[in-house]
Design a protein around this ligand. Structure first.
Ligand code: ADP
Ligand code: MG
Length: 346
């Protein structure tokens, strides 16, 4: 039998007041604690608060910040913020993975069916686990309907295009409809009560609450032992858009959306679940050619979404899904229908 590697044990021998020898055994070696913002030079609670307001919440975010951003956020001097950035960079360990390690992790990735073969094909097999898929489109294009479908698909066995798990729904616009879930699960021959029980819905009352709910997903997995395989945020941007109006608040809004998506993305990767977020479009008044609409959230949302799909209404009540800027899939379009029984091919 192979000898198990002995963990380092530190033993302290001391004498108590009666001269008796006492030993103290510390059986877990002290690991180097992960650095927090408090460990940075010249940073106290007030500065931390200022940093956090604009989304600099961990060492990494400071390490990759520009001096200008930190000066704006904290009012510190150029010299001071340069020291801050240098210290943050020094503290980060280089996190390289080999190609085969990455491949191994990719092998655990699964895809959740959208209900439409055409759309699944467009997405390389469905909504991918381990990352964020964003559906954006105008009101009524079918984003929330797709969310209902996915909440059921996520529960199906793997061989049927499911995640064999539980769906979490962060509802910001009051769009979750249990009746709709019942309808679609009936069409799939599933037990309605069970299907509904496997969807955990939380209403987000404002953007801060939404961000907090995002962070709480980890509790569902770790503390409640839920096998979360899909997280829906419908809508990702509505609260942010409503709360941060005017040019002056744009930077703060973007930082917050960035942080929120970072959390979702990190958890998706760590726990291998899929994230489906919806996003609206706004009119671009200065467009003469091409589509006169653009997704909310600009490059921050675009950058944080691993897969982006634009949905629009097509002919005769159909819907058209168009893949945007995918790193490894061919751009293309697929048509589908929203039906009583869920999302279907045309
Ligand atoms: P979005 O979230 O993009 O604003 P929705 O997902 O709410 O849009 O889509 C609403 C549309 O979905 C409706 O206009 C209707 O065409 C279709 N729809 C909703 N429920 C049903 C149903 N039970 N049967 C068929 N179509 C439906
Ligand atoms: Mg909707």
């Amino acid at each position: 039998m192979e000898k198990k590697e002995q963990e380092l044990i530190s033993v302290t021998i001391d004498k108590d007041e009666n001269g008796e020898i006492v030993t103290m055994i510390e059986d877990t070696p002290k690991k180097k604690e992960a650095m927090s913002l408090y460990d940075l030079p010249g940073v106290g609670p007030a500065t931390i608060e200022k940093l956090e307001i604009v989304g600099f919440t961990d060492i990494m975010s400071v390490a990759v910040a520009t001096p200008g951003e930190l000066i704006d956020a904290t009012g510190m001097s150029q010299n001071a913020v340069k020291k801050l950035i240098a210290a943050a960079r020094n503290s980060l360990e280089m996190d390289f993975e080999t190609g085969d390690e990455l491949l191994k992790r990719r092998e655990n990735i699964f895809r959740i069916t959208t209900g439409s073969k055409a759309v699944d094909e467009l997405l390389g097999g469905g909504i991918e686990s381990g990352g964020i898929t964003e559906n954006f489109g105008e009101f009524g294009s079918g984003k929330s309907q797709m969310a209902h479908q996915l909440a059921i698909s996520a529960q199906l066995p793997r061989e049927k295009g499911g995640g064999n798990g539980v769906a979490v729904w962060i509802d910001t616009e009051n769009t979750f409809r249990p009746e709709r879930i019942k309808q679609i699960s009936k069409a799939y021959g599933l037990n309605e009560t069970e299907t509904l029980a496997n969807i955990k819905v939380a209403k987000a009352y404002n953007s801060d609450h939404q961000m907090l709910l995002g962070e709480k997903i980890e509790d569902l997995i770790k503390k409640q032992g839920l096998n979360v395989k899909l997280v829906i945020v419908d809508s990702l941007t509505a609260h942010f858009r409503a709360e941060f109006v005017g040019r002056g608040s744009l930077a703060e809004r973007q930082q917050k959306i960035n942080k929120h998506m970072h959390v979702l993305s990190k958890l998706a990767d760590l726990h291998n679940f899929a994230v489906y977020v919806t996003n609206q479009v706004m009119a671009k008044p200065d467009t003469f050619f091409g589509d006169p609409t653009a997704a909310i959230g600009g490059h921050i949302v675009a950058h944080n979404s691993h897969t982006r799909v634009y949905i629009r209404k097509g002919k005769k009540g159909t819907r058209v899904a168009k893949l945007i800027d995918s790193p490894c899939l061919a751009d293309g379009e697929a048509t589908f229908r929203v039906t009583e029984d869920g999302i279907k091919d045309v």
